[in-house]
Design a protein around this ligand. Structure first.
Ligand SMILES: [Zn+2]
Length: 285
């Protein structure tokens, strides 16, 4: 075995001094870099918080006034039309979406009508959101597959379409059972649920949150499900109630709705409205 030779550096050598200088310089640059990154991250976070507070004040100036009067920070009232629509709030419309509007169809699929609705939407190149009833999907699951296959968004409208006076446990069953079915036949993640008739929505909101879903209502309702509502009335009411980021509720299986649909789409387009799904309206897809 060769004798161990101690390694010795000649610290006075010019090469070693230059190397040491470069190493120290890199270390310093690295530390400065780390400090700058940490600073910019916290700056970004604070900026985000500040923007959201500014937005809240812009949307609800009374918050500022109340805070000034009481000297205490004021909690914003739950505002269903808040454009940000936090995930624990019910969605009525998304005003920040501007001239975009979501067409939604409840109560399907319908053996007699779904394909006819799909034909119109395909021809007009409109993507909509279908709130399907679990019981109806069970009867015609292939229709749910076809709706999803055309690129429409699939959402949950409970299994039995009856939600009055029922417990949270039963609501949860109604939603979960339908979501499982929808997922199986459409391969979509089911993110939204709409209470039948808009009933019991507060109870449904907490159940939806547990299931990582959100309750979607509507801001435009032409009452198209009523037999005596004419196609012209449907179009007139929609145009009258329309606001930025509106959600229009329509129903499957209604001849008057089917008849109104092509002209409704054309007229809204002429007025500069774009049609999007609920996820697109919320900016999450
Ligand atoms: Zn319904």
């Amino acid at each position: 075995m060769p004798p161990l030779i101690p390694i010795r550096f000649n610290v006075h050598s010019r090469g070693v001094r230059i190397t040491a200088f470069i190493v120290i310089l890199f270390c310093q640059l690295f530390i400065i870099g780390l400090l700058l990154t940490a600073d910019s991250c916290s700056g970004y976070y604070q900026k985000g918080q500040q923007q959201s507070a500014e937005q809240q004040l812009a949307e609800n100036p009374s918050v500022n006034e109340k805070a000034e009067k009481t000297g205490k920070p004021v909690q914003t009232d739950p505002n269903p039309k808040n454009p940000l629509v936090p995930s624990d709030e019910i969605i009525w419309s998304v005003p920040s979406a501007g001239k975009r509007v979501a067409l939604t169809f409840d109560d399907g699929p319908s053996k007699k009508y779904t394909m006819k609705y799909l034909d119109v939407l395909r021809e007009k190149q409109v993507k909509a959101t279908f709130f399907l009833i679990g019981r109806n999907v069970q009867k015609s699951p292939v229709l749910a597959t076809l709706i999803a296959g055309e690129g429409h968004e699939i959402a949950n409208h409970t299994y039995d379409h009856y939600i009055k006076k029922i417990s949270e446990r039963v609501i949860k069953e109604q939603i979960s059972r339908t979501s499982r079915l929808l997922k199986e036949w459409t391969q979509q993640e089911i993110k939204y649920v709409r209470p039948p008739g808009g009933n019991n929505r507060i109870k449904m909101k907490s159940v939806a949150a547990e299931l990582d879903m959100q309750v979607v209502m509507w801001s435009v309702d032409p009452q198209d499900w009523k037999k005596d509502t004419t196609p012209a009335e449907i179009i007139r009411t929609v145009k009258k109630q329309l606001t930025p980021g509106a959600i229009i509720v329509l129903h499957e299986g209604k001849p008057q709705t089917l008849e109104a649909l092509p002209a409704l789409i054309d007229e809204l387009r002429q007025d500069g409205w774009d049609f999007v799904t609920i996820s697109e309206l919320l900016g999450v897809s």
